[in-house]
Design a protein around this ligand. Structure first.
Ligand SMILES: [Zn+2]
Length: 428
């Protein structure tokens, strides 16, 4: 992608009302555009990141036996009345139509999936089942804040599992904990597993996954060496205690929720009369659990964890591009030719490249944009580098550049094996 052709544009000014670093950097880097408070368009750079995160989530859910589907956003009022949630969920968006009807705008989808499951699950032989979607959700928040971390419109992966008995639910629910931790790890986050109300894990009906971050709304007591954590408000253990799992001294920090899993039990199946015939021929309500990951929130959380005073530092797995190619002195024909050649070679190899081909911008502007956007590998070609028949290479996470020949650079970038590719945005 050439910067001169890009829909995303960087800006210097901080957005007004930004209270988190992720909100500020995403707007300044040209990743998102605010439509309303808590409602954002994902611009091409932001959409690149989001689609990579969602693909990581999708692969994990498929591997965990989830079947992907797409449920509706506009949902039947009578389903929400059946579960009593038309009245009890205070953030439910209620949409009146001009024909006198009302609909719910989906904040979650138990009220849609349960009646669907009721039609398909008749016998214990049909169980277990798991279905998920990655879909836009809505919450009628009184005050939307923190940018895409807490929006009124956002994207979320929600999976629902259906079981014949409690033991089978426990088995699947517990198997999801390492699946979730692996998703976060692939996105560059060491998540902590927080029991929602403290105490014995197996007796808990929900677990929250948290990222350590100053932008977080919770304070947790956690272990730096393993995934153990408790919410500080309910924690039985303090900083003076060793971790119950690995004996390391516990620490306290602010943390942000980045996912949760819930044992729903028979609450929804009983409301809709979703039953199955068990091995003894008896009608039983289906036992359910739900598993959420806010994918747009995760975009914000990754930045909260990975940034410095100059901008974002994307983990390779979810970076908007693999390489930021910066051309300096582009009015010089030799520089221009070298840049075009390298851009072509990298793109041909399936590497996603953002090529700063602006002739009008200064070297300083281009380098500070590269720091702001935070692409993992930066390559600079200028009159100076060409004089030595080299390119200047620097990782965004490192401070000192090195000089490499073009061949060395190509080997470094293309020969890596762990390169996130292969999707590439080509110019029109
Ligand atoms: Zn530990």
């Amino acid at each position: 992608m050439r910067v001169t052709r890009s829909f995303s544009k960087t800006r210097k000014e901080k957005p007004s009302g930004a209270t988190t670093i992720s909100h500020e950097l995403l707007v300044r880097g040209g990743f998102i555009d605010q439509e309303l408070a808590g409602v954002f368009t994902m611009l091409p750079y932001g959409w690149n990141v989001l689609t990579k995160i969602e693909q990581i989530v999708r692969e994990a859910m498929n591997k965990a036996g989830g079947q992907e589907l797409l449920m509706t956003n506009l949902q039947a009022k009578d389903h929400w009345e059946t579960t009593g949630r038309w009245k009890s969920i205070d953030v439910l968006f209620k949409v009146p139509s001009q024909h006198g009807r009302e609909y719910a705008l989906s904040p979650t989808a138990e009220d849609v999936i349960t009646p669907i499951a009721k039609e398909r699950i008749k016998s214990y032989r049909d169980l277990p089942l798991a279905a998920y979607q990655i879909q836009t959700k809505f919450r009628d928040e009184a005050r939307a804040k923190s940018g895409i971390i807490r929006g009124r419109e956002f994207r979320m992966k929600d999976l629902y599992s259906f079981h014949a008995d409690q033991a089978d639910l426990e088995r699947y629910y517990n198997s999801m904990i390492p699946v979730y931790l692996q998703v976060y790890k692939r996105c560059g986050i060491d998540a902590k597993v927080v029991e929602a109300s403290g105490g014995d894990f197996t007796k808990q009906n929900s677990i929250e996954f948290m990222a350590i971050s100053d932008a977080g709304e919770d304070t947790i007591v956690y272990c730096a060496e393993c995934t153990f954590a408790q919410n500080k408000e309910i924690a039985k253990l303090g900083e003076q205690h060793p971790c119950p799992d690995c004996a390391t001294q516990l620490k306290t920090a602010k943390a942000m929720e980045i996912g949760n899993i819930f044992k729903l039990g028979t609450k929804f199946s009983e409301a809709f009369g979703a039953t199955f015939v068990d091995a003894q021929g008896k009608q039983q309500p289906i036992i359910m659990a739900s598993y959420g990951i806010g994918t747009t929130r995760l975009v914000g959380a990754i930045i909260e964890v990975h940034h410095d005073e100059r901008g974002m530092i994307w983990p390779e797995s979810v970076a908007p591009f693999g390489v930021h190619l910066v051309g300096i002195n582009l009015d010089n024909d030799a520089v221009k030719k070298a840049c075009e050649q390298l851009y072509g070679s990298l793109e041909q190899a399936g590497v996603e490249v953002l090529f700063d081909d602006r002739e009008s911008a200064s070297a300083g502007e281009k380098l500070s944009d590269a720091d702001l956007i935070g692409i993992p590998h930066r390559v600079v070609i200028s009159k100076k580098t060409l004089a030595g028949d080299t390119v200047e290479y620097k990782k965004r996470s490192e401070s000192e550049p090195t000089m490499l020949s073009q061949a060395e650079l190509l080997k470094k970038i293309i020969g890596r094996g762990d390169y996130a590719g292969p999707r590439s945005q080509r110019d029109i």
